[in-house]
Each structure stands twice: as C-alpha cells, then as structure tokens.
Design a protein around this ligand. Structure first.
Ligand SMILES: Nc1nc2c(ncn2[C@@H]2O[C@H](COP(=O)(O)OP(=O)(O)OP(=O)(O)O)[C@@H](O)[C@H]2O)c(=O)[nH]1
Ligand SMILES: [Mg+2]
Length: 302
C-alpha cells in the first residue's frame, strides 16, 4: 500500500428487522464471532461494535437489535432504541432484508433510514435459500423502487456469497479519517460482556420458544488464575417454572448449556475455562427500567 494513500475510517450500522442475518453477516466479515446468533428473532439486544482494520482503512460496524413492532415491554423498547440510535450516528447504513420477503417491519426500518438521509446499501441476505433464483431479479427491481439505495447486493452471509463485493462497496463509501481504534482491537465490548452473551446464545439455541426471552445473564466472577479462567454467571429468569425448565431433569439442561458455552469461551479467550452457572428468579426484570439498567441495559451504553 502506497504511503500516501489516505487513511479511511467510518461507522457502518447494520440494521433490519429481527432474524434477517445481521449478526451472522458481521461475524463473517470480521472472521470472528463477536455477536451471538440464533434461529430465533430478537437474539441481539445491544449495540455491538465489530472493528475491521486492514491496510489503510478501518471499518467500524455497529450490529444492532432487530427493529420490531409490539415493543410493549421495557426490554423491547430498549432494543428498539438501540437500533434506531445507531441509524442516526453513522456514516453509512447496511439495510439487511431476507430474500424476497417484505414485511411491515421492513417498511418501518426503511422509514427510519429515510429520515436519517444517510447513504444506504440494501443487502438482500440468505439468497442461498432461494429455490427459484429467477424470482430474485424482478424482486430486486421492486426493492430498488422503495428507496434511494446507493447499491443493492444479494448476498449469503452464511455461505459467504458476495460478501467480498459488499465490503468493496463499503470501502468505496468510507470517509477519509484517522482511525478511531487501535489496529488490533476487534470490538468495544469487554470480555465479561462477551462471556454473558455466549451463555445467552446457548440458552437461545437450546431452549424452546419462551424461556430465552425471559432470561438475562450477569457475570459475577471473571478471573484468570494460572492457566484457568474462572467465570461465574447468574442467569436471571422471571418465574420459578422457568427456573425449573432451565435447570432441567437432574440439572441436565443447565449442564449442557454450560458445556456448550465453555467450549466457545475457551476458543474466544484462548484459555482453559472453569464455568459455573447459577439460576435466580428476579420477577419482572424485563419490564422494569431500573432493574434493566442494573443488568446492563443502559441507554448510555447500548
Ligand atoms: N441459510 C442462511 N441462513 C442465514 C444466513 N444468514 C443468517 N442466517 C441464519 O438466520 C438466523 C438468524 O441470524 P442472525 O444473524 O442471528 O440474525 P439477526 O438479524 O442478527 O437477528 P436479531 O439479532 O434477532 O435481530 C440464524 O439461524 C442464521 O444462521 C444466510 O445467508 N443463509
Ligand atoms: Mg443479531
């Protein structure tokens, strides 16, 4: 790279309704799992930065919770605020949609994007799942008519299809600027935050439809002692019945969540991990603004 190539740096928000593949896209662009993913909608609850520094450019991605309707509870309102505030504070937006589906929630996201007036790349994800590839082209034309997009890119975040082309588009739009983060930093989130998220991911993935939305995870201990990283986490649930389900028959479910989580933590932290999980009932935590703040759902730090 020539020494006189200008440095580039900018913020890129990844927004869209729940479950379209935003976090999967971020992880695959970074080549590292920073943001948790699952088949269930509303997996991501906070803004998470993923930083990619290469040559003379630094792209700071902002993963966001899926913007959704029926945001009745305080936790859901928090998540929507985290998504909409990201739309305002960036240089460029990636608007992610799922193939040819277009829902009322997509329309709400688009409306927010239009209000921001920011350049936007429309990312049509999961094209690997399209049975009829011919469907895509006419649909892309329909999408193009909905807004003023700088470009429209069909991609598969999971299969890495066209993701490179997307990165090139982003680079072309990145402002000239000094880098905001050190070259080796990949996220703004602490190891404690990432550990709590890994536990939550395993619960999202292993448990049925309702429990994952009733839980939150707090790290109580995070201490390296010699070759072993000791991590204790408390899983808060809303009710006693949920605690029973989470623990499972003779503790089997909680053990299995712990095993999966420990494996991911060992890979991410590059250390042997001793993980202890506890389950506590904190009734109404998800609809209580004060409880939310004390559990890390803080608007100043989405
Ligand atoms: N087949 C296929 N599946 C995908 C693709 N991208 C994401 N998925 C799957 O879609 C589901 C949702 O992915 P996430 O990355 O968690 O979606 P999200 O938009 O971050 O969801 P929220 O955080 O809930 O808003 C997961 O099961 C992913 O594996 C893709 O390109 N192809
Ligand atoms: Mg997500």
């Amino acid at each position: 790279m020539a020494a006189d190539t200008p440095k580039r740096c900018g913020y890129v928000a990844i927004v869209g309704r729940p479950n379209v593949g935003k976090s999967t896209l971020l992880n695959h662009i970074l080549g590292q799992k920073i943001s948790i993913t699952s088949r269930k909608p509303q997996t991501t609850r906070h803004q998470v930065l993923g930083i990619k520094t290469e040559d003379n450019h630094q792209i700071i991605f902002v993963d966001t919770p899926g913007l959704h309707m029926n945001a009745g509870k305080a936790i859901n309102r928090f998540m929507n605020r985290a998504a909409t505030s990201a739309i305002r504070d960036v240089d460029l937006i990636l608007f992610v949609v799922d193939r040819t589906a277009w829902t009322e929630e997509d329309a709400i996201v688009l409306q927010q994007i239009k209000q921001s007036g920011l350049p936007t790349l429309l990312v049509v994800n999961k094209v690997d799942l399209l049975a009829e590839k011919e469907e895509l082209l006419p649909h892309l034309e329909v999408l193009a008519a909905k807004g003023d997009f700088t470009a429209i890119l069909p991609v598969s975040a999971l299969r890495q299809h066209n993701v490179q082309a997307l990165e090139e588009q982003i680079l072309a739009l990145l402002p000239e600027s000094e880098h905001f983060f050190p070259e080796d930093q990949i996220t703004d989130r602490s190891q404690r935050f990432l550990a709590a998220e890994i536990v939550r991911e395993k619960i999202m993935r292993q448990l049925g439809d309702e429990i994952p939305y009733a839980i939150t995870v707090q790290i109580e201990e995070f201490a390296q002692e010699g070759a072993v990283l000791h991590i204790s986490a408390v899983i808060f649930v809303e009710r006693n019945g949920q605690k029973r389900i989470l623990i499972g028959e003779k503790g089997a479910r909680l053990r299995s969540i712990g095993t999966d989580a420990r494996r991911d933590m060992e890979a991410l932290f590059d250390s042997k991990v001793m993980l202890r999980l506890w389950v506590k009932v904190k009734s109404g935590w998800s609809d209580d603004e004060r409880a939310l703040r004390s559990l890390g759902y803080d608007d100043k730090r989405e």
